[in-house]
Write a protein that binds this ligand. Structure first.
Ligand SMILES: *[C@@H]1O[C@H](CO)[C@@H](O)[C@H](O)[C@H]1NC(C)=O
Ligand SMILES: *[C@@H]1O[C@H](CO)[C@@H](O)[C@H](O)[C@H]1NC(C)=O
Length: 298
């Protein structure tokens, strides 16, 4: 072996000096239950030696070393998006009409997501701690994929070229699969707002297809285009359509498991990580004494 080669070999063999990645996490949704899925991953990345910067509504009380919180607290109220279960138990008249009622309910369920997204985006684009975090360099960016693509637009504005990993705490949103080239053919992939399984009857498939087309159209018009307009107005520049920018996402991690959520077609960039947030310690399940006042957090 030539001396130079030998030196390089010995250097790497003896060296335990490694650089952690610089990771940016952008989690602009106010729902605590979503963040409960992401938080253990973010913490673990920091514990394993990476530099993790997390913009969210839920700063850690005891962050590990090299974990930096960028708080969205103050942008919007946390935990307001709760459903009163009475809405399901004593439905109004229209909800009791077959098909129409079901479609109406799914639309009504989703409309608040638009207001939450636009409110958050209008403030986040001018949020000094976020702007400061976005001015730094990163090796990889983690972004929640839910009701907004505002952060994808911000990454473009701040010319962050690092690969983007999208995380879902739920099943696929109607607009998620196509951005990574997966198929969610509504004839056998039930969309998240329905209660269907993969085995649908003809009318159920019709309803599923309608909801998929409607919500995808609604999302582009009512959320993505509005967010793009907000960003362009605020920064005085033109940016590509958010529905194009999201096609550059490198990987999508989804909190589902085929044993639980049913089989669906996947591509290598769409990975099921159902339960990645679960603590492996075995603990006693606490008894629930009062089921009358249960609210469902989204
Ligand atoms: C935090 O980052 C510094 C600088 O990169 C590094 O020296 C240190 O080991 C890291 N701490 C932990 C606990 O990973
Ligand atoms: C997507 O990424 C590629 C490769 O990094 C880049 O050339 C292209 O401009 C990006 N597209 C958009 C819309 O940003």
């Amino acid at each position: 072996m030539r001396p130079a080669l030998a030196f390089i070999f010995v250097f790497f063999a003896l060296s335990n000096y490694v650089h952690g990645a610089r990771i940016l996490g952008l989690f602009p949704h106010t729902g605590r239950s979503h963040h409960m899925v992401f938080e253990p991953l973010l913490q673990k990345l920091a514990e394993r030696g990476h530099h993790v910067t997390v913009a969210s509504f839920f700063p850690l009380k005891n962050p590990p070393a090299n974990y930096t919180d960028v708080s969205f607290e103050g942008i919007a109220k946390v935990g307001v998006e709760t459903f009163d279960l009475n809405w399901f138990e004593n439905p109004e008249f229209i909800l009791r009409i077959p098909i129409i009622g079901s479609i109406y309910k799914q639309v009504i369920d989703f409309l608040p997501l638009r207001d939450m997204a636009l409110n958050m985006c209008s403030k986040a684009i001018d949020w000094p701690p976020l702007k400061e975090a976005l001015s730094k360099e990163y090796d990889v960016v983690l972004v929640e994929n839910f009701n907004s693509d505002c952060m994808i637009g911000m990454l473009h504005v701040y010319k962050i070229k690092a690969p983007v990993v999208s995380l879902l705490s739920s099943n696929l949103m109607p607009w998620t699969a196509e951005r990574i080239g997966a198929t969610d053919n509504p004839s056998y992939v039930p969309i998240i707002t329905t209660s269907f399984t993969a085995q649908m009857k003809f009318l159920e498939r019709m309803e599923n297809t309608f909801m998929k087309l409607f919500l995808s159209y609604w999302y582009r018009q009512a959320v993505q285009m509005k967010e793009q307009a907000m960003i362009e107005k605020h920064y005085g520049i033109k940016i590509p359509e958010l529905s194009h920018l999201v096609k550059n996402i490198s990987l999508i991690l989804i909190n589902t498991h085929h044993a639980f959520n049913g089989a669906k077609p996947l591509v290598p960039g769409l990975v099921e990580v159902g339960g990645m947030h679960l603590n492996s310690r075995r603990e006693v399940i606490p008894e629930v004494s009062d089921l009358n006042n249960v609210y469902c957090l989204i």
